[in-house]
Design a protein around this ligand. Structure first.
Ligand code: GH3
Ligand code: MG
Ligand code: MG
Ligand code: MG
Ligand code: MG
Length: 317
């Protein structure tokens, strides 16, 4: 009693001799597999591309193109993929088997094909196909876990904005891009005014909620897809605005001041307004070889210091 297959395969049989082809196909049918038949290399290749079978049984000696040629074409038609190829041939010399494997075959069957050996080899290939599928799944899982990890390592846990690490990376990229394009690049450092007092009056939980709202307002203020905002640390945020000159940055700053006033997040202990305000330092550069992220941050920080010293709720450049 010959075995039937637990999980049927779609198998392409390429053989120019109809007697041996029909015998193999009948055996595959009997075992519950789905067989596709081709009587030439060219037609076999066509069916391979059209139906993407799970496995190919491939005659070595055929007119026009032989099995070795066909195997190479199949491999070329599935970059990154792998369809098991088992050669079929009357030739049973050691060098024939060697040549078949060298040509990209995975196994070799001598004709006339013994049904028992045929099924044994199909089982072995099915096992390999199962392992390959598991590997593909694992690599997909790994890729998505990696993407998640990357996202986590770049996001600020409280606000969901980019964290300092991601900001630093982005700033370096933007400087390089600005250098290539010869376009102005603006960096803005924003700091919440009297935030220590906010915490002291309302508590840290309210403080955290406030930072989330400020983060959302800053995010909304970014109008271009290329603008980005992140939490630089504590109650400090940074905005990177590519292709933005100083005048554009000042317009931006005025809009931010207005946005904060309109949001009206109550601040019970600010010297300058009944609501949360921010101060900012702006620096704009036309990047050249001497431009560094550290230099830009220092300049923005100086400007921020001046904004604080001149009364807060304003942006200096
Ligand atoms: P200034 O107007 O000069 O900026 O005064 P400030 O009080 O905002 O500045 P200071 O640097 O003295 O205090 C910043 C405060 O921000 C202190 C700290 O408790 C608070 N802070 C920093 N990070 C967080 C946070 O993640 N959550 C909360 N709730 N508070 C934070
Ligand atoms: Mg033949
Ligand atoms: Mg601060
Ligand atoms: Mg401070
Ligand atoms: Mg502050």
């Amino acid at each position: 009693m010959l075995p039937s297959s637990p999980s049927p395969l779609t198998i392409l049989v390429i053989d120019d001799q109809s007697a041996s082809r029909v015998a193999v196909v009948a055996e595959l049918d009997r075992a519950g597999h789905r067989a596709l038949e081709a009587d030439s290399a060219a037609w076999g290749l066509e069916l391979f591309k059209r139906y993407r079978p799970d496995l190919v049984l491939l005659d070595v000696e055929m007119p026009a193109h032989d099995g070795y040629w066909t195997a190479r074409q199949i491999r070329a038609a599935e970059p990154g993929g792998w369809t098991p190829i088992i050669f079929l041939s009357q030739r049973d010399q050691d060098q024939d088997v060697w040549r078949g494997i060298e040509a990209g075959g995975d196994d070799y069957l001598v004709k006339p094909v013994s049904p028992m050996i045929l099924h044994a080899k199909l089982r072995a290939m099915q096992r390999l196909l199962g392992m390959r599928q598991r590997l593909v799944q694992l690599s997909d899982e790994l890729r998505s876990a990696n993407a998640q990890l990357h996202e986590l390592s770049n996001a600020d846990a409280l606000t969901g904005l980019m964290n300092r690490r991601a900001l630093d990376e982005r700033l370096h990229q933007c400087i390089a891009q600005a250098r290539r394009d010869g376009l102005p690049l603006t960096l803005v450092l924003c700091d919440v005014d009297y935030f220590k007092r906010y915490n002291d009056s309302l508590g840290h939980v309210e403080g955290d909620a406030c930072l989330k709202r400020v983060a959302a307002l800053l995010r909304e203020a970014c109008r271009r897809p290329s603008d980005c905002v992140g939490r630089y640390g504590g109650e400090e945020f940074a905005l990177i605005l590519p292709n933005t000159p100083r005048s554009g940055a000042m317009t931006y700053a005025r809009a931010l001041i207005r946005t904060m006033a309109l949001a009206g997040i109550p601040h019970p202990d600010s010297d300058i307004a009944p609501h949360i305000t921010v101060s900012g330092g702006i620096t704009t550069c036309v990047a050249d070889a001497s431009t560094t992220a550290e230099g830009l941050l220092l300049r923005a920080d100086d400007a921020l210091y001046n904004a604080k010293a001149h009364g807060r709720n304003r942006f200096f450049s």
